[in-house]
Design a protein around this ligand. Structure first.
Ligand code: NAD
Ligand code: DAU
Length: 356
């Protein structure tokens, strides 16, 4: 059996692929464009493993997707591929429209043709799982209940608007064509292999380099944090037992103001990698201009996933963030290669002329 994962060289997709190979015999076809966010070094442990087949390419390349589906006959497609960073979507939204909307549309079209032509049993068993975000629901008032799956869509950034559009396309392919889809909307992830443009890895990497820790606005914006491996286990569970056409919110009940996160990371670094002069990493905190249109609060109500599919996160925030900080301390070479840009040459450096 085979699954096709898109965006599997990114942060969450990469963790998903590593976990999948660790807990299943199935082959993973990993289709990733290798944008700046794709890093094959994160998958170095799978080098030479026949269970992982990497293909560099775009989900919007209909011919390539058609060819991969025909050749590998996957029983499921899991779509992680996206432009994912809100700040980048503010500076340049076009790539977000292209990949998150047009790309998802092209992928859906090819998957629909492939699925329609499958023999009866394979068609009944097939799944298209779309990985989405809590940001499509917009910003919550301080005292409002957490987002349920019924919360109206109110995306506020070009990123979240493009994800919302992709969610709607996925939904429509189920209602119109009967494509067996599942959608997950998850809160903020953190963990190993996270690109240091996002808050938590940026804090760790900057602190260790003695650079400023930029806090947008007053730092009181709230995010709901989930350890990436818990997100991966939720996706596996939804793939296995989710009801067709349904949406599942994924979250860890870990709402925290950004400034608390900054203080927590500084305290862990003070403990695990104390500075020579015994000063605290907190001294590096710098308040900077706020993100335009910055959503004030996200919070996920994950009770449906727990009630219907029995999923629960394994990590608390305290255990997950400690593992994460330790991972960055133990993987300085990965960080150095990201910072120097060498990660983009990793394939050539490590495999010479052999294609990824
Ligand atoms: P990421 O930016 O780390 O990785 C995205 C991956 O997709 C990269 O490897 C990139 O090369 C690839 N990619 C981009 N455009 C592509 C294209 N056109 N064709 C093929 N591959 C392409 O993102 P992430 O943080 O791992 O997020 C993965 C998914 O999960 C995204 O859909 C995102 O919206 C969603 N999500 C992320 C979070 C989070 O906290 N990071 C939370 C909820 C949902
Ligand atoms: O909620 C899920 C979303 O979480 C995902 O859909 C996105 O793909 C993912 O990037 C993430 O979006 P955020 O905008 O919440 O994550 P980011 O790490 O960029 O920022 C987290 C919070 O920290 C946010 O309130 C902005 C703030 N921030 C961020 C950075 C990079 C800072 O204060 N300083 C910073 O330097």
């Amino acid at each position: 059996m085979t699954i096709l994962v898109t965006g599997g060289a990114g942060f969450i997709g990469g963790n998903f692929v590593l976990d999948w190979v660790g807990c299943s015999d199935e082959v993973v076809i990993n289709l990733d464009k290798l944008t700046y966010a794709g890093n094959l070094e994160s998958l170095a442990s799978l080098d030479g493993n026949p269970q992982h087949i990497f293909v560099q390419g775009d989900i919007a390349d209909a011919e390539l997707v058609r060819h991969l589906l025909a050749e590998h006959q996957p029983r499921a497609v899991i779509n992680f591929a996206a432009e994912s960073h809100v700040d980048r979507s503010i500076h340049g939204p076009e790539e977000f429209i292209q990949t998150n909307i047009v790309g998802t549309f092209r992928l859906l079209e090819e998957v629909r043709s492939y699925w329609k032509a499958l023999p009866d049993q394979a068609r009944a068993d097939f799944r298209f799982l779309h990985v989405s975000t809590d940001e499509v629901y917009g910003s919550l008032a301080t005292d409002a209940p957490a987002f349920t799956e019924e919360h109206r869509y109110e995306p506020n950034s070009p990123y979240s608007a493009s994800k919302a559009a992709s969610d709607h396309l996925v939904r429509s392919y189920h209602h119109t064509y009967g494509l067996p889809v599942l959608t997950t909307n998850c809160s903020n992830n953190y963990g190993p292999y996270h690109f240091p443009e996002k808050l938590i890895p940026l804090l760790i990497v900057n602190a260790l380099a003695g650079k400023q820790l930029p806090v947008y606005g007053d730092g009181q914006q709230i995010r709901d944090w989930l350890y990436v491996k818990d997100h991966c286990s939720a996706i596996r569970r939804v793939l296995e037992a989710g009801k067709l056409g349904e949406v599942y919110n994924v979250g860890g009940w870990n709402e925290k103001p950004n400034l608390d996160i900054v203080h927590h990371v500084c305290a862990l670094l003070d403990e695990l990698q104390p500075k020579a002069d015994a000063s605290s990493y907190r001294d590096l905190i710098t308040f900077v201009t706020d993100r335009p249109g910055h959503d004030r609060r996200y919070a996920i109500d994950a009770r449906k996933l727990e009630r219907e599919l029995g999923w629960k996160p394994a990590e608390t925030f305290e255990s997950g963030i400690r593992k994460t900080v330790q991972w960055y301390l133990d993987n300085q070479q990965w960080v150095n290669n990201v910072q120097s840009g060498d990660y983009r040459n990793w394939v050539t450096q490590n495999y010479g002329e052999r294609s990824a």
